[in-house]
Design a protein around this ligand. Structure first.
Ligand code: PMP
Length: 401
């Protein structure tokens, strides 16, 4: 008998498990709207042209494979913080940001969680209900207590803004408030600029610490600056904050695991100390981060020609998602004769649409229509082609009623 007899089978991951089931399906109309990864109109994975160009430059310059420092590639850390805050932002000018390269968004969140666990014992992280499924895993494994604030209102398929504000207000002073910088996952519902101001007000009032998860900068609106405006608003008020970044989506570097954790402090001195502790936490976890993705980002952002090309490709990707969103909406409206208001689909932003389908209805999408999606009713529009919008509209209407 095995020494591992007491280890039971872990359940499949609710998001990545969807792709496994999709692979096993042989139906010709099958559609994978589970995982949030960009696909071309032919539903194929996409490698950005700027990434290929940056990789060619890297190959030509014959860079070595020496270890990076614990904090990551210095040129990447500078580029990523500037992209997030803007190079002329006072937090950068005054050297108040501790930036450490992380293992994409997930690893950066995990490092921040370790920092919270070590230096803010007992402090709670408030997460939106619902949120990206892995947030709970990350804080659970880091032994950081969390609770939820209201976010999604099923009645309107919109934001429960009053619920959100009152839950943030009711939390113990000095809690961390996890916010999605843009393109909220899974709902696609973001606060308006006016609502962001009120969220900042209540967080400041309660002495909470904002903790942004920015996994879609440039990918939501098509503009890097616009998608960073929530983070910049908080920074401009002089607040201390945490920001986890990912280049999985906006540069299509999913498998390179490239991202960063930024901690904005009220002084350069505090930032230096925080950075030293982030490095200390990283060292026994993974020692130092991978170099390839960091070099790609540094090369793309640091080269004005490539940087402009990236912006164009990002606009193209965001534009394709917006166009299938519109087409899906038009198809549903043309087919559905009940007069139901589907406009929430158009109001949502980013890669995802929260359809409002419940678990049984989502099961029908998969079992009858071969449309693979998470059971919370979320579909990834990045996995939808314009040719399949009509089919998806039929599936949604059939499942809804
Ligand atoms: N946060 C959110 C909200 C996400 O949607 C994602 C990607 N699905 C991530 C973080 C992190 O992804 P990655 O680790 O690939 O950067």
């Amino acid at each position: 008998v095995s020494r591992f007899e007491s280890i039971t089978m872990a359940p499949p991951d609710p998001i990545l498990g969807v792709s496994e089931a999709f692979k096993a399906d042989t139906h010709e109309m099958k559609l994978n709207l589970g995982v949030g990864a960009y696909r071309t109109e032919d539903l194929q994975p996409y490698v950005l042209n700027v990434v290929k160009k940056a990789e060619n430059l890297m190959l030509e310059s014959g860079e070595n494979k020496e270890y990076l420092p614990i904090e990551g590639l210095v040129a990447f850390n500078k580029a990523t913080a500037e992209l997030l805050f803007g190079a002329d932002n006072s937090v950068i000018q005054q050297q108040r940001v501790a930036t450490v390269q992380g293992l994409s968004g997930t690893g950066s969140l995990r490092l921040a969680a370790a920092l919270i666990e070590r230096y803010f014992p007992g402090a709670k992280v408030l997460i939106s209900s619902p949120t990206w499924g892995n947030h709970k895993n990350i804080f659970n494994d880091a032994k950081v207590p969390w609770s939820e604030y209201r976010y999604y209102d099923p009645k309107t398929v919109g934001l429960d803004f009053d619920g959100m504000i009152s839950d943030i207000k009711a939390a113990p002073e000095g809690s961390f408030v996890l916010l999605h910088g843009c393109a909220h996952n899974p709902t696609g519902i973001d606060p308006t600029p006016e609502q962001w101001v009120k969220i900042a007000d209540v967080i400041e009032e309660k002495n909470h610490i904002p903790f942004f998860d920015v996994a879609y900068q440039g990918f939501a609106s098509g503009s890097l600056d616009e998608d960073a405006s929530s983070v910049r608003l908080f920074a401009s008020r002089g607040m201390e904050l945490l920001v986890a970044q990912s280049y999985s989506k906006n540069l299509g570097l999913y498998a390179e695991r490239i991202g960063a954790i930024n901690v904005v402090c009220s002084s350069a001195d505090a930032a230096t100390r925080v950075k030293s502790q982030l490095k200390r936490l990283a060292r026994p976890m993974y020692s130092n981060p991978p170099v390839h993705g960091a070099r790609i980002v540094a090369n793309v952002v640091g080269n004005p020609v490539l940087f402009n090309e990236w912006k164009e490709e990002m606009k193209m990707m965001a534009g394709r998602i917006k166009s299938v969103r519109q087409k899906l909406y038009d198809s549903i409206c043309a087919k559905d004769k009940t007069g139901k208001d589907w406009s929430y689909i158009l109001k949502q932003i980013g890669m995802f649409s929260f359809t409002g389908l419940n678990k049984a209805q989502s099961d029908n999408m998969t079992n009858k229509w071969h449309v693979y999606m998470t059971k919370d009713g979320r579909i990834s529009l990045a996995g939808l082609s314009s040719a399949k919008c009509e089919y998806l509209a039929d599936a949604i209407i059939d499942s809804f009623y």
